[in-house]
Design a binder for this molecule. Structure first.
Ligand code: BG6
Length: 454
């Protein structure tokens, strides 16, 4: 395997300690990345490599293996906004690389820093336009609205070739989200009924129990709509609603996803925003903030396949449980309607978290002499069956970047149309209602739509 050098800009943040370093050490232990891997961690703080790793271990939620990381990581103190300080970084990379080295530049920083850091990377000649051994990776959020996203993107295109750019939406690396196309297109029983004649509605839900944690500054300018719906929920929606792609190559899949994003609309009277009780008391949140920490939306995908089918999107913080799930509810059969029996509609659950898997709700006769019916679930729990083999989203994403696989990364037009839609919704957003728990929100949604979000 070629040598690998990964340079992390913003290496003292949460993302590096909680996601990137654990993922990279696991890939290293499993020999998925080269023996000769160097991780250069850049930051402004006064650390040497040892004290940096100690701090990262302290910050990380998982058990970071310091012995492994000591082999891989080198901390370099550097102000990434100051081009004059780039020389030691350029020298360090030059010392380590040969003509075949794979180089990844990971921008684990806020979007406001993308332009200056990209310009510095370019001006210091760290990355050469079009060099296919060099890739540059951007974390979400990609901009804070359509205008800023466009500006960032134009600037990126002036420095790098699109083939070198990887825009991360970590939901795409989750096992069950990678599995959506397989479940849909490689199973006759689903592929034939995946349209508005048989699907009654789709619910796309991402609930969290945590609050804003240490990200108040960012979160308060964003809110649930821009933080979660613009990226993760719309990505899930586009995979569920897309038409059959010409092929399963990255570009063809993205062409179909974009068609979904281009044809979205929403019902402005069926939107609910909430703010959790205690949000205004969080550190660094202005005490008159109107930022929503919960959002519910009724959307439509106006394509021949899905016209008229409601897609309910719901996400929020400080809710009853951590759960991400997509629920596809099917129309009743004629017999189901005719029989006077307590039958349920069929539902397909695509379970993303906490345990990845698939569930199918069916009607069945109660076994034995009684004539009663019951609702049963056929369940396939991927996570339970794959003990030890489940990979974290970031492992898969980093490995795919290393191997030049672009399917799980967002193309510019996906982001563009997603922002376009979110801006329309944002204009009609109402002030959030306060919520103490999920039950009150659930009740409100039930009153508004007649739908239970489960
Ligand atoms: C991030 C959001 O993209 O996703 C966070 O910025 C959110 O606010 C997180 O908590 C949720 O990700 P996951 O993988 O824990 O569902």
């Amino acid at each position: 395997m070629k040598k690998l050098i990964i340079t992390i800009f913003g290496s003292t943040g949460d993302l590096t300690s909680r996601k990137l370093l654990p993922a990279l050490s696991k890939l290293f232990v499993e020999k998925q990345i080269p023996e000769e891997t160097l991780i250069i961690a850049l930051g402004r703080k006064e650390y040497d490599t040892d004290s940096y790793l100690k701090q990262m271990k302290h910050n990380s939620a998982s058990d970071l293996d310091s012995d492994i990381l000591k082999k891989l990581v080198k901390y370099l103190k550097l102000d990434i906004t100051d081009l004059k300080q780039y020389k030691p970084l350029v020298d360090l990379i030059q010392e380590h690389k040969d003509s075949k080295t794979r180089e990844l530049y990971y921008l684990a920083i806020g979007p406001e820093l993308f332009p200056i850091v990209s310009t510095n990377i370019n001006a210091s000649s760290l990355v050469e336009m079009g060099n296919k051994n060099q890739s540059i990776i951007f974390e979400k959020p990609f901009g804070h609205d359509l205008k800023s996203a466009k500006e960032i993107n134009e600037m990126l295109w002036s420095c790098f070739d699109e083939k070198q750019i990887y825009r991360i939406d970590h939901y795409l690396g989750k096992e069950m989200i990678q599995n959506i196309m397989m479940v849909r297109f490689a199973n006759r029983i689903f592929e034939d009924i995946w349209h508005n004649r048989t699907i009654k509605n789709v619910k796309i839900i991402a609930k969290e129990t945590d609050g804003v944690l240490g990200r108040a500054g960012y979160y308060d300018t964003s809110g649930a709509l821009k933080d979660m719906v613009q990226s993760h929920l719309l990505q899930m929606l586009s995979l569920i609603a897309m038409d059959v792609p010409l092929s399963y190559f990255s570009e063809d899949v993205k062409n179909e996803k974009v068609q979904v994003l281009k044809h979205l609309s929403f019902d402005k009277d069926l939107m609910l925003c909430g703010q959790y009780d205690g949000y205004l008391e969080e550190d660094n949140i202005p005490n008159d903030s109107k930022t929503e920490t919960f959002v519910f939306l009724k959307t439509f995908v106006n394509t021949p396949r899905f016209k008229g089918v409601p897609f309910y999107l719901m996400t929020g913080k400080k809710l009853d449980q951590k759960e991400s799930v997509i629920i596809i509810e099917f129309e009743e059969t004629n017999e189901q309607r005719k029989w006077d029996l307590p039958l349920s509609t069929n539902k397909l659950y695509i379970k993303i978290a906490p345990l990845d898997g698939v569930g199918l709700i069916l009607n069945s006769k109660v076994p034995g002499l009684r004539d009663d019916v019951e609702t049963v679930e056929l369940e396939y729990c991927i996570a339970c069956n794959a003990v030890g083999n489940m990979s974290e989203a970031y492992e898969k994403l980093l490995l795919d970047i290393h191997n030049h696989h672009k399917t799980l990364f967002t193309r510019w037009d996906e982001i563009e149309y997603a922002w376009h839609f979110i801006e329309q919704v944002d204009k009609d957003k109402k002030d959030p209602i306060k919520y103490k728990n999920f039950e009150a929100l659930e009740e409100e949604i039930l009153n508004m739509t007649g739908e239970k979000m489960k």
